[in-house]
Design a protein around this ligand. Structure first.
Ligand code: NCD
Length: 367
């Protein structure tokens, strides 16, 4: 029997996206191409509402009562700090309980159970499966396996090999929104909403070949007409041709460069990443690349725009000097927290509670 994943990968992106939807709505959250502009705007507003509601005792109690009858499995077989913890905190914010499997050595996989059977088992106990896996496409395959079992359980991709990290892309765009528009989106939405993206120049820096966060964010930026992207990396670690093709199809202006310094004064946002050497075919292969010209230091920042937003999915190594942290342009700690609000918004969305949140917000917060 042909492998299910190979069958899926032969389909067009549009067909794959459709198979992940139910009743015209995103059901499994697997890849950034699923997110249309309307969805992204809505989910960012929802994240903002949750953030504000959660800041009062009354509001936090309201959120906790939304999903106490739902249980999540967080199945992460690749290392994670932020994505794991922010999903766990997001569950707690909405009153959901969660269980985790992070080390397959502690599960029946040691006894020879396949990973496929492991997720089939999870689907019998839990209402959502949030997963991170080293194999590209495994979360998509899981979504299809669950559909075939006629289970109504969404699968959320928390990182799939070198390929995608769609929930990170959502929190990144949320952070860019905040940076470009200066603060809360909800308050702005109550007044005249101006799209802050057209004309913005965004630099993606580092290991663009194997960095899944850059790949997912690039897909997402196709929903923002008028942005320009500079892909800045050593030649060995350039962005994939599949991404460039998608950008061309969506008429996004992009440039490829191997130097950060001359471009720095032009950028409205810089997205820094580390070398993903865990994917090296040979041990230490990437350590031969001189990466230092892609580092951000306080002296380099003097030549950048005073409003430039500095993002990084983290973990960082030397790409951003710690002395940059105090600079008001550094948004990476804000990104960390935004991950929690965004993932709470996503869970609220997949369990159809966004309307209750919106009504609560309108009743209790007036500007
Ligand atoms: C990223 C990841 O796992 O892809 N981290 C994260 O989720 N915040 C980036 C990385 O590991 O470099």
């Amino acid at each position: 029997m042909p492998d299910l994943l190979n069958e899926i990968l032969k389909l067009r992106t549009r067909e794959r996206v459709e198979m992940l939807s139910r009743n015209g709505q995103i059901f499994h959250v697997i890849m950034a191409q699923q997110f249309l502009r309307e969805f992204i705007d809505e989910i960012c507003l929802l994240a903002d509402m949750i953030r504000e509601i959660n800041s009062s005792r009354h509001g936090a109690d309201f959120l906790q009562r939304l999903l106490p009858h739902r249980r999540a499995m967080i199945y992460f077989t690749q290392p994670s700090t932020r994505t794991f913890l922010s999903f766990a905190c997001a569950c707690q914010i909405l009153g959901m309980r969660y269980n985790e499997v992070r080390d397959p050595k502690t599960s029946s996989e040691v006894k020879g159970e396949s990973e496929e059977d492991a997720v089939r088992v999870f689907s019998q106990y839990f209402d959502v499966i949030i997963m991170r896996h080293p194999m590209e496409g495994f979360s998509e395959k899981t979504a299809h396996m669950i559909n075939r079992m006629h289970r109504t359980i969404p699968v959320i991709n928390g990182g799939s090999g070198r390929d995608q990290h769609p929930t990170q892309a959502l929190l990144d765009i949320y952070t860019l929104y905040q940076s470009f528009s200066g603060g809360s989106l909800v308050r702005r939405a109550a007044g005249i909403q101006i799209d802050p993206f057209p004309g913005k120049v965004i630099g993606m820096v580092g290991d663009l070949q194997r960095g899944r966060t850059v790949r997912s964010l690039s897909y997402l930026l196709c929903r923002y007409p008028g942005v320009t992207i500079h892909f800045i990396s050593p030649p060995e670690l350039g962005i994939g041709e599949d991404i460039l093709e998608y950008l061309r199809e969506h008429e996004v202006e992009y440039h490829i460069s191997q130097e950060l310094d001359p471009l720095l004064p032009e950028l409205d946002a810089v997205y820094m990443t580390r070398i993903q050497d865990e994917h090296d075919a040979m041990a230490g292969q990437s350590s031969r690349i001189d990466y230092s010209r892609f580092y951000l230091t306080p002296d380099k920042l003097e030549r950048a725009k005073p409003t430039m937003a500095i993002l990084h999915p983290l973990p960082r190594r030397q790409e951003i000097h710690v002395d940059c942290d105090a600079d008001p342009r550094a948004k990476y700690w804000q990104q960390v927290q935004n991950g929690m609000w965004m993932r709470a918004a996503l869970l609220a969305y997949v369990f159809n509670t966004e309307e209750r949140i919106r009504s609560y917000y309108l009743e209790n917060y007036t500007y």
